[in-house]
Design a protein around this ligand. Structure first.
Ligand code: SDX
Length: 403
């Protein structure tokens, strides 16, 4: 173990790659996708335009965007074999476990995902056939992400699956598939569609977070991208990561009302509770996404009516932001603190919230995966070292000699 040292717990201060995709300044609260400030993208762009930017590195021309949108939206249909898989889940299975299983399963539908082909490293960036194959897998995963998520939702509702419509936007198609689609009650809402599109932009990428690291760790063995995305989905499921938006709502419900906030804050300071939606490994000031999401909340509430948990959330926010315990630890709201309130107001069940994080994050995972597949010198499998601290050599002891 010459020269080895254990990187800080949880990779606290370890860079494993160089990347040109997303830039974060945690002290200044800055987030940029390929150099563009998140505030400008949220204001002016669309989710699929941002997806193109993150994956291919530049804002698309009108022609490129039309082609990308056409390809993605023509890959929203999922093979009917997948329906058998979805129907095999219990009605109350968590939609994130359904979604990660589904991503892995659809990889088995496609020949080029066959491991026997992987060894030829299908992703050389100079070979047009390889580039076309990679693009097709990217279109498929982004397009099918909304359909798989909608299917997970419909399983929970005990409802039939909805054939993805053509001629709608990405979030329009998603809401159509989710929400009593095909029945006369379905009323598209441009405000909710745009709000979800902006939320998808904000959740699309965040440099090397736990789930993106998982996708790269898994993809570095040259497994197919469907399996790598399934692994990323499993990582995002955890309450310390993408599951936090669900944990925030459960926390607000448990607190019950603004009057109970001081007692909850004291329990957090006694380390009996966690303040979900606060704190971040990189941001040591407020997460810039949380400001944008807070504003979206007001726009959505104007359509759906205010969520009664908002008062408790605002009271919690106000107390925590002035309390020395949180200030000294540089704990501030992150992307998950307000987003759950919006999803609840839009009518999503609580355990579906992490799915609303995973769907847009497929784009960030694929941007990092494509960058790794095309890295200089080819893909190196990620195999970190360890410092061995276990027992030295010792001989086997027959069981009758063990006390
Ligand atoms: C996301 O990485 C990303 O970019 C993730 C993400 C993305 O877009 O991909 O931004 C999305 O995952 C946002 C984070 C969502 N998670 C939560 O909201 C869960 C609550 N937050 C914490 O679990 C925590 O803040 C983490 C996991 C987010 C970050 O943990 P770190 O960086 O390991 O920080 P830490 O645990 O070392 O905390 C430092 C101190 C500790 O106190 P001391 O032991 O030093 O006295 O702050 C305390 C912690 O106890 N602390 C909290 C806290 N978060 C940290 N105390 C109370 N409530 C919290 N939420």
């Amino acid at each position: 173990e010459r020269g080895l040292r254990v990187s800080d717990k949880g990779f606290l201060n370890t860079a494993v790659i160089s990347s040109s995709i997303t830039y974060i300044d945690g002290d200044a609260g800055v987030l940029r996708y390929r150099g563009y400030p998140i505030e400008q993208l949220a204001q002016n762009s669309s989710f699929l335009e941002v997806a193109y930017l993150l994956i291919y590195g530049d804002l698309p021309t009108r022609k490129n965007l039309e082609t990308f949108e056409h390809e993605v939206m023509h890959h929203t249909i999922v093979h009917s074999d997948a329906e058998t898989l979805f129907r095999s889940f219990r009605y109350n299975a968590h939609p994130m476990s359904i979604l990660s299983s589904a991503f892995s399963a659809i990889g088995s539908f496609y020949e080029e995902a066959n491991p026997s082909l992987q060894g030829q490293n299908l992703y050389t960036k100079t070979d047009p056939k390889s580039l076309a194959n990679m693009d097709k897998q990217i279109y498929r995963l982004i397009g099918k992400a909304i359909t798989l998520a909608a299917m997970a939702y419909r399983v929970r509702q005990g409802r039939s699956f909805v054939t993805p419509p053509l001629g709608m936007s990405y979030t329009g198609s998603f809401l159509y598939q989710l929400d009593r689609a095909g029945e006369e009650r379905y009323k598209p809402s441009p405000v909710l569609e745009r709000a979800l599109d902006v939320l998808f932009i904000l959740h699309a990428d965040h440099e090397l977070n736990a789930s993106s690291t998982t996708v790269l760790q898994t993809g570095s063995s040259l497994v197919d991208p469907y399996s790598a995305v399934a692994a990323g989905c499993a990582s995002l499921y955890g309450p310390l990561h993408g599951g936090a938006n669900e944990a925030v709502i459960r926390m607000l419900i448990a607190i019950g009302s603004p009057a109970n906030v001081p007692a909850y804050i004291e329990a957090v300071k006694r380390r009996e509770k966690v303040l979900s939606g606060f704190g971040h490994r990189i941001y040591k000031t407020s997460d810039p996404r949380s400001f944008i999401i807070r504003n979206i909340a007001d726009e959505v509430f104007a359509v759906t009516g205010k969520d009664e948990l908002l008062d408790t959330a605002m009271a919690l926010h106000a107390v925590a932001m002035k309390d020395e315990y949180f200030i000294s630890r540089k704990l501030a709201p992150n992307v998950d603190f307000w987003s759950g309130l919006i999803y609840r107001a839009m009518g999503f069940p609580m355990d579906f919230f992490p799915v609303l994080f995973a769907v847009p994050r497929v784009v960030g995972w694929l941007a990092h995966w494509r960058q790794m597949m095309h890295q200089q010198g080819g893909v190196k499998i990620w195999r970190p070292r360890q410092l061995y601290v276990g027992p030295g050599k010792r001989d086997y002891l027959p069981i009758y000699k063990r006390l």
